[in-house]
Design a protein around this ligand. Sequence first.
Ligand code: GLC
Length: 665
Amino acid sequence: MIRKYIFGKPFHTDAVIAKVESADGIPSYGTISLAEGFSFAYKMEQDDIVYGLGEANRGLNKRGYCYISDCTDDPNHTEDKRSLYAAHNFIVVSGKVNFGLFFDYPSKLTFDIGYTRSDLLEVTCEEAHLALYVIEGTDAYDIAKQFRSIIGRSYIPPKFAFGFGQSRWGYKTKEDFRKAAEGYRKNGIPLDMIYMDIDYMEGYKDFTLNKENFSDFPEFVKEMKDQGVRLVPIIDAGVKVEDGYDIYEEGVKNRYFCQREDGSDFVAAVWPGDTHFPDVLNEDARKWFGNKYRILIDQGIEGFWNDMNEPAIFYSKEGMEELKAVIRECVDEEPFPLWKLEEKLNGLSNSPKDYKRFYHNVNGERIRHDKVHNLFGCYMTRAAGEAFQRIAPEKRFLMFSRSSYVGMHRYGGIWTGDNKSWWSHILLNLKMMPSLNMCGFLYTGADIGGFGADTTRDLVLRWLALGVFTPLMRNHSAIGTREQECYQFENTEDFCGIIETRYRLVPYLYSEYMKAALHDDLYFKPLVFIYPQDEFARGVEDQMMIGNEIMIAPVYTQNAKGRYVYLPERMKFLKFSKHGQVTEELLEKGHHYVEIALHEVPLFIRDGKCIPLANAASTVEELDTARLTLAGFEGAQYVLYEDDGIHKDYENPRNYRTLVKSSEM
Ligand code: GLC
């Protein structure tokens, strides 16, 4: 049962696409106050769990902290951070009473979940213009699925996107890309994609290519594809201000950029220096920007990643003038007021003041950016998604974005941004996954090995062993950090074994992904969603269910030789090792300590179930899915979903086949 309550005049975000009638009266849970802006308050029971918030910091149970939906380019995801890159305003309160809440509000929204007072859930925003959806259901899982059913089908990538991808900020020339491809090939490590970061462009200009390094780009795309590797370029939100650059000139001429109050185009400095933001909330501008993806598609490109779309602002013209004024004030002061300068400098990037300095044109209405701030990344990705639909309606493209709002899950996936090479970020990655699924984002993953800071061999291996199960499996790192391609470390066969395990599991992972996408279900689930009566499972946050058959329990601590796991039922414990070796052990329900070596991938098959395994291959396309073996329990059946991985023939009954495990593997 879903009820919608409208307060004031909400901005139409398009997050919810099913028709939900507005209800009269007030929600039956909590209290609402419109005295100062909007506030929803609910007194939580001691044992209530609060799920949701998608890409957010801290635990799977969000209780005990305060989170702010305010899309932010902040690369330091320390525990004290309240905002990351996304705004996913859906939560579920789960205990004796279960209900879900979606606050469809595109500006800053605060979720105080037992932070100010441990028993109080309070959701507040400055303006009482929003749609609040209240969802009743039997349990949190049921509520999450109901929410998914009103926000539209999750994005489905092409099947190659389930392969492994290598990325690094700093690859500049064809040689850099060839070297990466060769590093993998020589070591026998499967690879499907190499990502192109900003240096492929001419002066960081969107949809351009560095002339010197990529003079014959279509041939180069083909050269790589012939080796089984697809190149996936980045697209940034800001369009460089430069006379003679056609995209800049067209945008200025047609008034397609976000403008200041006086009608001039707003200038934000990002990687290229001065840029303008395409007004992706304006339908015409969105169509125009989206059509530009064609420039690279026509050269053989089949996937993109959208970045800096919070939108990130290093500084604005206005901000820089203010800083200069403070510097001038400071220079002659005695003692030198360093703190004052520091404060000004630190506040220069992504400043809330700047987000009030520009406007969108939405159907002729001027809307100040801060009122709809959390929609920018979503609409930039929508621009691309709508364009793909126009350009090649039957074809699937790879697309994921950094910033997002609910609704964007229909157009692309997300990666979780600039994490660090920290052990704690493996765990954060794991905990975020089911929360993201609840909000519609199925095609997700983190920068494996860590983006910022220097990584270590063991950290990359352990992170990869989790990445085996995330739909997006990409190793990415920042310029200036230690190189972390798998071939940079000793004993590359350890890396090979883990990535081969991913490929062996692709038939299962893809099948479960597709079932989740087609049935508004979750791919990653907290244990308690499957075992609702199991009190112990309720508290488990470092093991997850994937699809209908398996549970994962990655190792995420330095120097660990294994870990403790909780089995809510009898399971088969599989360890995938090097050279295709798999060991199998039957474990009873309860607590166990399991040893897991650095090169091993652990997984648990639920009682009475089985999963298909392919032989490893060097790309997804080369997997032989006609010859699958089954691992798990004798007599178990598995319904495999399989399609061509390219087109959109999802509803074809021929995509399903039943496999039966009849003999020992
Ligand atoms: C941002 C992105 C990161 C990328 C970098 C350079 O920090 O989050 O993934 O490598 O910009 O483009």
